[in-house]
Design a protein around this ligand. Structure first.
Ligand code: ATP
Length: 254
């Protein structure tokens, strides 16, 4: 199988800080990859390079074997770290927020069609937010808002969904529902790339794991990741990280 993403020999430095050193990663279609690592380890920088928000300095990133272009970036849906917290004062309804995800594929002044409206409704049904369609986004809980931002990212039918710490500020019950939704999307064939601090949730939902700390410290399947011992994981994090058994599953306390 050909990788959907190939990151080759990528280095990145900000004026006063080296963020990434010699990163090589292959991501395969239909996988759910969690990118983990301590604060400041380069996770968001890597996502921004993949998304073309930051320009590559060295190395290459291929999507479906090609360098990223505007056309290819339509295949990627993105939910940013600030998506829920930053938009709470935004005066728009759920339906308007999701419809705004279609503007990328519209030409200037092109109107939304009945088909577009139908697509938005079908997606709201699929994500169980149809009952919220006329509510203002600011009236929703963090978990509901996050579903809406995922819907906005999915409306252009991307084959890849990239999320940067999407559950910050969301309570435990809604976090669990949120990961069920991501698992459902993965089962529907969407490739998922998720930056998170939550290793416990990763162990339950991801199929592969990338551990960053400037360098690539680990890249393998979830089974290989679970078989790493605590000393190895603590080395990656630069401080002790302890796995505990909870309901026969390993969870992680940092
Ligand atoms: N615009 C910037 N200018 C200068 N340095 C930056 C900039 N953005 C990030 N950095 C630095 O680059 C390093 C990597 O940052 P990055 O945001 O990629 O880490 P991260 O793993 O996503 O962190 P966190 O988990 O805290 O969100 C950090 O030391 C950070 O301070």
């Amino acid at each position: 199988m050909e990788p959907i993403f190939e990151i080759k020999n990528v280095n990145y430095r900000y004026p006063d800080k080296v963020a990434l050193k010699d990163i090589n990663i292959k991501i395969y279609p239909g996988s759910f990859t969690a990118i983990v690592g301590p604060n400041g380890s380069g996770k968001s920088t890597l996502l921004k390079l993949i998304l073309g928000i930051l320009q590559l300095q060295t190395g290459t990133i291929l999507v479906n074997g090609q360098r990223l272009t505007n056309q290819l970036s339509d295949k990627i849906g993105y939910v940013s770290q600030k998506a829920n917290a930053g938009n709470t004062g935004f005066p728009a309804t759920v339906r308007e927020v999701i419809t705004s995800g279609l503007t990328q594929e519209k030409k200037l002044f092109q109107r939304f069609t009945a088909q577009d409206r139908e697509r938005v409704i079908r997606l709201m049904e699929r994500l169980h937010i149809i009952h919220l369609q006329h509510k203002n986004i600011s009236q929703l809980s963090g978990g509901q808002q996050q579903r809406v931002f995922i819907a906005r990212a999915l409306i252009s039918n991307p084959s890849i969904l990239i999320l940067d710490e999407p559950t910050v500020g969301i309570d435990a019950k809604h976090v669990a529902e949120f990961y069920q939704l991501l698992t459902q999307l993965k089962n529907e064939g969407i490739t998922i790339l998720l930056v998170t601090h939550d290793i416990g949730i990763v162990a339950d939902t991801a199929t592969s794991v990338v551990c960053l700390n400037q360098h690539l410290h680990f890249h393998g399947t979830i089974q290989q990741f679970k078989s790493l011992d605590q000393v190895e994981i603590s080395k990656i994090y630069g401080h002790p990280v302890q796995f505990v058994d909870h309901n026969h599953q390993r969870e992680c306390c940092q």
